[in-house]
Design a protein around this ligand. Structure first.
Ligand SMILES: Nc1ncnc2c1ncn2[C@@H]1O[C@H](COP(=O)(O)OP(=O)(O)OP(=O)(O)O)[C@@H](O)[C@H]1O
Ligand SMILES: [Mg+2]
Length: 475
């Protein structure tokens, strides 16, 4: 007997299978694969990826990544971001369709990482939820507010004479071993009660120098609000090149949440050298000092990202302290002049002062802060205004006084006062002085209260003043 119900049920089932089959489109995944044609120090040339985008991330065997940097007609030049010793001509290269990015967020605070987001400390892998591209456009002018809030460094000579504001870019430059890193680290240490997050980006430094900085930050409890991004001297140049951009994205994330952030780039001389190395390997034409033509642009687009945002955009700020190493006190070399013109001022550290034991070795005459003065606390302006002039006069006279000429009373007074100013502005490392203590010291100084104190007793006098004013407990 023919069962009509069964027939129609079967017919219905076939129908739905047919419909499902017609609606099905197999998930085609296009993977673009090219091949390595040659490998050189830190770069590889790759063929067979005609659609790759500028600065796109590409993947090599063994979990190695690279950035497509040089797009030519027949092949591309890729900057390698890790150990490339296993790489050989003929190896497969895959497009990823994304640009280089870095983990961001609260989980990074207190950590030491590399620019790829790999933890270098012993606290395990990073637990992050968000990533940001390392290269991001700077905030447009209309989104920015003037710099109005001071960033207190706790270093007397800087807070009084070359003040820095939140959102400013202040260059620290000087010969090797003149205390550049110490100024940046002391500034970070002073932020412990200022609600400023800090990012310290070590670029192509000796491992021992990085370890020393991390140890001082740990010792003074500064890791509670600091992120350290590290590339060392033996890292591939590609990794060194991306380090400051990655660190800036990490800092920017907090700025866009309305926080005040301080970022230290230590140092951009190494960054420029890494970029020069890459450019020469990619056979780009060298210019002055063998740097490529776009060396100015790599630093200007980095430092343009530091700013003070309008209240409408959260009111956060990013203050940058880029560091540059000069050679034989030559501030007029290519990279220093570029950076001087990009930043809002510079703190120049003099090896001569360092040798004389005037520490920190800030050369006040050659240092300037172009926007910080407007953000400086009014009390500083009152007590430090006359100081700068008196100190400049003293420095000028000091040169003449060395000839042993007979000096009149007035000159002798200016010299004595200047020497007291210099003594008062000296400061040991890792000992930030709070604002109120600085102001009472500067007030006493500009009132001439120290002029009769013998020079060798200046330090004791300073300590006595702090004790008398209640800033330090009596010994
Ligand atoms: N205010 C200071 N008081 C005492 N010692 C200081 C002071 N500032 C710096 N130093 C000492 O000077 C030395 C050099 O300092 P630092 O490492 O900061 O210099 P640098 O310019 O960063 O050097 P490099 O060129 O190697 O990076 C260090 O041993 C440091 O302890
Ligand atoms: Mg240093």
């Amino acid at each position: 007997m023919y069962d009509t119900t069964l027939h129609s049920a079967l017919e219905g089932a076939f129908q739905s299978i047919r419909q499902a089959r017609e609606a099905f489109t197999p998930p085609l995944q296009a993977r673009e694969i090219g091949h390595v044609s040659s490998v050189a120090t830190g770069i590889a040339r790759v063929t067979g990826l005609p659609n790759v985008g500028f600065e796109e991330l590409v993947k090599f065997p063994g979990g190695l990544y690279g950035i497509a940097f040089d797009l030519a007609e027949t092949d591309i030049g890729v900057v390698l971001l890790g150990d490339y010793w296993h790489l050989q001509a003929g190896d497969e290269v895959e497009r990823t369709g994304r640009v280089m990015d870095v983990p961001v967020g609260d989980a990074l605070i207190g950590r030491v990482i590399n620019p790829l987001g790999v933890a270098l400390d012993d606290k395990g892998v990073l637990a992050f939820t968000q990533r940001l591209p390392i290269e991001r456009p700077a905030a447009p002018i209309m989104d920015r507010d003037p710099v109005t809030v001071p960033l207190q460094t706790g270093i007397k000579v800087i807070d009084a004479l070359v003040p820095i504001g939140r959102g400013q870019r202040e260059l620290i430059l000087g010969d090797r071993q003149t205390g550049k890193t110490t100024i940046a680290v002391d500034t970070i240490l002073n932020q412990h009660d200022q609600n400023v997050l800090c990012v310290y980006c070590a670029i192509g430094q000796r491992a021992s120098a990085v370890a020393k900085v991390v140890a001082s930050l740990r010792e003074h409890g500064a890791m509670a609000y600091t992120i350290v991004v590290v590339t060392e001297g033996n890292d591939p140049p590609g990794l060194t090149y991306i380090a400051p951009y990655a660190a800036t994205s990490i800092a920017e994330h907090f700025m866009h949440q309305g926080r005040d952030v301080l970022i230290v780039y230590d140092d951009l001389t190494n960054h420029a050298r890494a970029y020069r190395e890459l450019s020469l390997l990619l056979r780009r034409p060298p210019g002055r000092e063998a740097f490529p033509g776009d060396i100015f642009y790599i630093h200007s687009r980095l430092l343009e990202r530091s700013t003070h945002l309008r209240q409408r955009f959260g009111g956060g700020s990013l203050t940058a302290l880029p560091i540059i190493e000069t050679e034989a006190q030559n501030m007029a070399a290519y990279i220093p002049t570029n950076l001087i013109s990009i930043t809002d001022g510079q703190i120049y550290l003099s090896p001569k002062l360092f040798e004389l034991g005037v520490l920190p070795a800030v050369d006040v005459g050659r240092s300037v802060s172009r926007v910080g003065g407007k953000a400086q606390l009014a009390d500083y302006r009152r007590v430090a205004g006359s100081l700068k002039l008196a100190y400049a006069q003293f420095e000028e006279l000091e040169g003449f006084a060395r000839f042993g000429t007979r000096l009149d009373d007035n000159t002798r007074k200016v010299l004595a006062h200047g020497q007291r100013i210099r003594a008062c502005l000296q400061q040991a490392e890792h000992q930030p002085v709070p604002v109120a203590a600085q102001i009472s010291l500067l007030q006493a100084l500009s009132d001439g209260k120290f002029d009769t104190v013998p020079l060798e007793q200046m330090q004791a006098a300073e300590q006595q003043l702090y004790v008398a004013a209640g800033f330090r407990p009596a010994p």
